[in-house]
Design a protein around this ligand. Sequence first.
Ligand code: TGC
Ligand code: FAD
Length: 407
Amino acid sequence: MSGTKLLDLNPIKLEEMTDRYEAHDYYLMDEFLTDEQKLMRDSLRTWLKKDVSPIIEDYFERAEFPHQIVKGLGDHGCFGPYIPTEYGGAGVDQITYGLLMQELERVDSGIRSTSSVQSSLVMYPIYKFGTEEHRKKYLPKLATGEMIGCFGLTEPDHGSNPGGMVTNFKDMGDHYLLNGAKMWISNAPFADVAVVWAKDESGRVHGLIVDRGMEGFSTPEMHGKHSLRASATGELIFDNVKVPKENLMPGKSGLGAPLMCLDSARYGIAWGAIGAALDCYDSALRYAKERTQFDKPLAAFQLTQKKLAEMITEITKAQMLTFRLGQLRNEGRATSAQISMAKRNNVDMAINIAREARQIHGAMGITGEYPCMRHMANLESVITYEGTHDIHLLITGMDVTGISAFK
Ligand code: TGC
Ligand code: FAD
């Protein structure tokens, strides 16, 4: 991993931490990792335990994004981990990227979301499809968090079927005129820049970079979410927005361009979901050993052991599936369908574990004192965004049969 950005390690005393999370590695997967991969992961974990997990429940409850963590996310390589260092990214491999997503989502899916959007849905398309001017203008600031981005694909009437989008732009000679609306957009309310997918006059999809402050562009926040509450979600409204022609990303057009970004983000989610599952399992295991009923720890009852044993089995299977996917990504051999399988399997695994872990905590499990209910609620978004559970099943179905069952 030459050319990677190494971190300044700031040792934090364990006794300063209230977060008692211990990572679980039943099949000794760490033995496959390099020292550098472990260093980046562990450094992020330490910072998250000190500065993020102690505040996350409060921000979730207030339905607010903790803006004060943005700099720390940038410092730990969570914005554009695999973007080359010459553009401010961390320049790391795909397994390190996955490990970072796992740590973030171990704390909260909303925090991983912020990183996924910034990295895979904003920095990646600018790096891959933008011009050199775009890369130089946006990537270094996005990498530090000085600038926050969002990604507008979903529309009020086009979610699973983004190809039906109606947001469009017309060539006005010296600029483009953009009209339409996007909905359910993570980071939209405070994003400085939006990567927006819209159709030209011939119906071809292109990516445009829309800067905050352009006349006719607004980003109202969406309220009332019972899930992903520590992440801000909003609309993108384009009312005759004059977009400079140089803001069109020329590298690729067609629906395949946003779908390539989704491949990268979905891969990160596959790792992230393992983090949420590990946190629920870890909390349930500790609670089951510490809580007694009928004069025995809960962990001594066979039914509790069945739950815990099945949880760690499913986590271990997901860890192995995802690690192999990471190797394939590093070699440039992972297919979109393989990524769909991992995203679907791991999020489903995590949501089931969150539910079982919540049960082990009894009534305490519904409170914010333990993380399971928050993870469970968050995972309801994760199982829907970046392609729903059923859409990913249909992608696997199409891959193995050669027949599309979408339409
Ligand atoms: P279809 O005709 O199959 O494909 C259209 C074109 O795209 C190509 N393609 C891909 N290219 C790269 N990567 C992929 N994964 C690709 N999948 C398809 C395909 O080859 C074709 O290319 P071309 O050159 O022939 O035009 O498209 P379709 O209209 O039938 O739809 C296929 C479907 C349903 C699989 C796809 O549209 C889909 O994945 N739908 C789900 C939508 C989705 O995931 N939206 C996510 C929005 S962003 C988000 O949720 C962010 S949450 C972020 C956070 O907070 O973490
Ligand atoms: P629909 O497409 O209406 O689907 C509803 C149900 O019908 C689902 O169960 C689906 O599986 C099923 N269904 C649909 N089509 C089929 C079919 N062909 N066969 C069988 N079943 C089908 N989008 C962005 O662009 N950018 C973002 O940053 C972003 N962030 C998000 C953040 C949050 C918190 C959430 C919840 C969503 C976000 N999204 C974002 C939107 C997300 O990608 C969409 O919600 C998702 O793609 C599903 O679209 P939909 O909600 O319109 O559901």
